[in-house]
Each structure stands twice: as C-alpha cells, then as structure tokens.
Ligand binder design. Structure first.
Ligand SMILES: *Cc1c(COP(=O)(O)O)cnc(C)c1O
Length: 390
C-alpha cells in the first residue's frame, strides 16, 4: 500500500482544477514584497492601518521597555504560570475602551473561534450562522456539536424566518456573523441583529470583527462602534494580527461569560499563552488606536476610489463597503493568470479560489492599506485597465 501515492494523486487533482496551493518564498521590504527577484507593491496584506512596517513605532516600543523587556515566552497556559501583568493591562484597557465589563485574550482569532462556541453551546442551543462566515467559525460550530443552520449571506429576512421557525424549540440561539466579510469586504447590519435580539429574547450575538477592528470607527473600535452597538453584542471578537499589526485575539463580554470561558474553553486552557512581549506590543498599539484617525480617513478615501473604479470600469458586482475590494473574475485559471500578470506588473496580488470562496467566484482580493498613496492606487487601476484591453 503506497499511502504517499494517494496523497500525491489528490494533489494532482487539485493542480488540474487550478486549486493547488504552495507556500511562497517572500522577502519583505516595507510595503513591498520581493519574490523571484521581482519587487511588488503588497496588495494582499491585512495590515490595513499600515502599522506593520512603521520603524518609528517599533523604536518607540523598544525604547519604552529598554530597561526591562517583557518576557519572550509565557512558558505555560495562563491558568498555570503563564499569566503576566501585560495580559491584565491589555484586558482592562479593552474592557474600558469598549465600555464593557470584561475582555479575555486568546492566542489567535482561530483559537477564539474554535474555542468560544464549543464552550457556550450545548444541545439546547441552535447556532444560526451567515453563509459566508470564516472557516474558523465553521470549525468552532462543528466542534460545538450544537444544531446549526446557515442563513443566506446578509439575508436578514431569511434569518428572521429561521428565528420564527425554531426559536421556541431551543433554550438559546446564537447568531454568528462577521462584521466586515473577509472575501467580499461587505458589512453585516449589526443594528438589525440587535433588533432581533431585543425582539426574540433568547438570542446571543457573536460578531467577529477581525477585518474591522482598528480600521473603522472614530476610536477605531470597528463596526460595532460605527453602528452604535458596542454594548449589545454578547461576544465581540477581534484579532490583533490584521490592522493591529501584532498577533492574538480577544473577546469583549460580560464578566460572568469571561469566568465561564476561563473554566471551559479548551484552546485557552490547554495552550501556552502568547509571549508577554507580544502582548505588550498589542497593548502599545491598541493604546494608540484612537490617534490613527487620519490613517483611517485616508484608507477610506483609497477604498472608495478603488471600489468605484472596479465597479464601473469592469461592470463587476461590487459588494465591498470596506478596504477589501474583490475583483471577481469567476474562472479559476483566468484568475490565476490575472494575478500572475499583475505580479509581473509590480503588484503582489493573489488569486482566491474555492473552497475559500464559492465556486465560480474566483477573484483577486485587493486589500488596501493606509500606507499606500492615492497615486499608487490610481496607477494600479491604470495598469488593470491596460491589462483588460490586451
Ligand atoms: C483572520 C481571521 C481569523 C483568524 O484570526 P487569526 O488571529 O489570524 O487566527 C478569524 N476570523 C476572521 C474573520 C478572520 O479574517
């Protein structure tokens, strides 16, 4: 029995349909990526505020801790010896900024999403999730073993009909959504979800702000701030690995919920906590978040321009309301070829294919960052138009 041959055959099938992936060898140079000797503007990063490559921030951080750098490892789960003052400091700052009782930190957004739902959902729970939620939430839902249904993407009439149909049969219903969706860049109507919660009574809201935290809101607190419902979301989840240029995740919630998660959430209990050094860096940047308003405004201008251009020039559906701008091509192979051509032209663009997005909607996921200039985005658009003519 040749097991490797089985796997190799599977890979060959993926290659045939243009869905085989590989780890790229990249060299980062600020906003640019070098690959195979070519220098390209990075148009695929989640570094929405452009903080990741800001040497001044890094120097300020290191100077602040020059006397005594935070630990480079926690050496343990937080429930054992891995809790450090940096954790408490960041959790209280989060709770205070969001105007909520508590916050709890996790090693990553993936940990948060595969851990919280299994901890809080049981056989008397129904989970209703948006059709397009991130894979990490799907995995969390599956692990929870709870009954679940998916409503059509951002289709609240569909969600309402599911609520009407099933509400009486369950002790609680957890509605799960992203606020800014990772592949289409469109937004959930959080106020509508809060209205459902008020009307139906036994609903908990779970909102993943991975692509929104830092990038939207006057204080940078994401879509829950923009839509005025910071206090109404039971599990307000966000990550530090995107606009916040760090690593890790949090949930903002009620105090009882935090205690409950500390007692029951397996990825929290059974994994070594992030290094305090990393938490200190997250804290350093999160403290500054309100002061990045000019970066958010610039990002909004760039995004508006690119969305309008792609929407009108290519007559493409333009679902995006954010700095994630999909250029939807449809066909896998054509999408791969377009991405490669854009790379030859000096733009690091990547093809996104099924199963990450639905069949027939392969696209280039353009993602803008606040350290790009308007000139650069205009030039990029000119390049894309030229390519389309050829
Ligand atoms: C990136 C992402 C995650 C995972 O967060 P990590 O910190 O990278 O593990 C979770 N949810 C959404 C919507 C994401 O886009």
């Amino acid at each position: 029995m040749n097991h490797l041959a089985d796997y190799a055959e599977h890979l060959a099938r993926l290659r045939d349909i243009g869905q085989c992936r590989a780890l790229p060898e990249l060299v980062h140079q600020g906003r640019y990526i070098e690959k195979d000797g070519r220098r390209m503007l990075n148009m695929s990063s989640n570094d929405y505020l452009g903080l990741a490559n800001d040497p001044a921030l890094q120097q300020e951080f290191l100077a602040k801790y020059a006397e005594k750098l935070p630990h480079f490892t926690s050496s343990s789960s937080r429930l054992l010896t891995g809790s450090f003052p940096e954790y408490q400091a960041l959790e209280s700052l989060l709770a205070q900024r969001f105007g909520r009782e508590s916050a709890l930190l996790f090693n990553s957004g993936y940990h948060a999403n595969i851990g919280i739902l299994p901890a809080v959902a049981d056989k008397k729970t129904l989970i209703l999730a948006d059709k397009l939620v991130h894979a990490s939430m799907i995995d969390g839902i599956r692990l929870s073993g709870a009954d679940f249904l998916r409503y059509r993407h951002n289709d609240y009439a569909h969600l309402e009909s599911l609520l009407n149909k099933h509400q009486a049969n369950y002790r609680r219903i957890i509605i799960v959504t992203e606020s800014v969706f990772s592949m289409d860049g469109d937004k959930a109507d959080l106020a509508q979800l809060v209205a459902f919660k008020q009307r139906f009574g036994n609903i908990l809201l779970y909102v993943d702000e991975a692509h929104a935290i830092g990038a939207y809101g006057e204080q940078g607190l994401g879509e829950a701030e923009v839509q005025g419902c910071l206090r109404d979301i039971d599990f307000l989840v966000g990550t530090f690995g995107k606009a916040l240029a760090s690593m890790g995740a949090y949930v903002v919630c009620d105090a009882v919920m935090k205690d409950y998660l500390v007692n029951t959430m397996r990825p929290l209990i059974f994994s070594t906590a992030l290094p305090p050094f990393n938490i200190a860096w997250s804290l350093f940047l999160f403290e500054k978040l309100p002061h990045f308003a000019a970066k958010r405004a610039h990002l909004a201008r760039l995004s508006e321009y690119l969305r309008a251009q792609i929407g009108t020039h290519f007559a493409r559906p333009m679902p995006s309301q954010s700095c994630i701008v999909p250029y939807i091509i449809g066909d896998n192979q054509k999408t791969v070829e377009t991405a490669l051509e854009l790379q030859r032209q000096g733009y690091y663009c990547l093809p996104i294919r099924p199963p990450t997005v639905p069949q027939g909607t392969s696209r280039i996921r353009l993602s803008l960052t606040a350290d790009m200039t308007m000139d650069e985005v205009v030039q990029f658009m000119d390049c894309l138009k030229q390519m389309a003519v050829k």
